[in-house]
Design a protein around this ligand. Structure first.
Ligand code: DGL
Length: 266
């Protein structure tokens, strides 16, 4: 048993979709969340930049004595995690493998769409992980550069967001997909609008649910579940604007966010 926190990170509010699942599935756990808002969006950053950010954030989280790390970011799960997991001193997991598993279970017609950041799409991570499980599936991907700035600004509805959804998701629907992976952790906040725009018959996959299932298994097997759930801590740190994270974060997650600390790691 361990009452140490779980470390969770993303470029901004996207990883709160993982926090949301964590609060539902493992409400007694403590966590430290880091939103790298000084560098959002991650989707357009180079490999070198992403490695630099990941090293600094992981060092910060380890300093907070975390017992495990959740890379609550599709971009880092695709680009840096395969390298970082070789040397991380605590268990570390990302969202891509769980998301791929969930998509394979969900599809009936064998055609899966993936929407994600440019860096994630370029990495081919979702296609590879889905095809590793079932090579017969067809995977169609689209990079959605406009989504993250809209979500970081709390704009989850309205003509601008609807137009972006039609532009990105429309061509995937034309391919005949029945399952759409929300392959950037920001995107599940758009799920209600995507469902409305896409119509019935499209299953949306939020990788956060399966990621938290995997986390729960890791904690259980490692005897790391929190033995003092009554004394859990929930801390939020950002590298950039703490005020906008506080406002948009509370809009998305509610009053679990009590205070946001600004800490500059660079
Ligand atoms: N939410 C992250 C992801 O899943 C980062 C998005 C971004 O900052 O571009 O990819």
């Amino acid at each position: 048993m361990s009452n140490r926190p779980i470390g969770i990170f993303d470029s901004g509010v996207g990883g709160l979709t993982v926090v949301k699942s964590l609060l539902e599935r493992l409400p007694g756990e403590s966590f430290v969340y880091y939103g790298d808002t000084a560098h959002v969006p991650y989707g357009s950053k180079s490999r070198e930049e992403l490695f630099q950010y990941a090293h600094d954030i992981i060092a910060f989280l380890l300093h907070q004595q975390v017992k495990t790390i959740v890379v609550a970011c599709g971009t880092h799960s695709s680009v840096t995690l395969p390298e970082l997991e070789k040397s991380c001193p605590v268990p570390i997991l990302g969202v891509v493998k769980p998301g791929a598993r969930a998509a394979v279970s969900a599809t009936r017609c064998g055609k899966v769409g993936v929407i994600a950041t440019q860096a994630t799409v370029n990495s081919g991570s979702y296609t590879k992980n889905i095809k590793d499980i079932d090579p017969s599936l067809d995977v169609y991907s689209a990079a959605c550069a406009r989504f993250v700035p809209l979500i970081e600004a709390g704009i989850l509805s309205g003509p601008e967001t609807e137009q972006a959804i039609e532009e990105y998701v429309g061509p995937l629907l034309s391919q005949g997909i029945d399952t759409l992976v929300l392959g950037c952790t920001h995107y599940p906040f758009l799920a209600p609008l995507i469902s409305r725009c896409a119509g019935q018959g499209l299953t949306l996959v939020d990788p956060a649910c399966e990621t938290v299932e995997e986390l729960s298994e890791i904690l259980r097997k490692g005897d790391l579940l929190n033995d003092r759930p009554d004394r859990n801590q929930r801390e939020f740190y950002v590298s950039g604007n703490d005020e906008s994270f506080y406002i948009v974060g509370r809009m998305l997650l509610g009053d679990v966010i009590r205070k946001v600390h600004r800490v500059d790691l660079y």
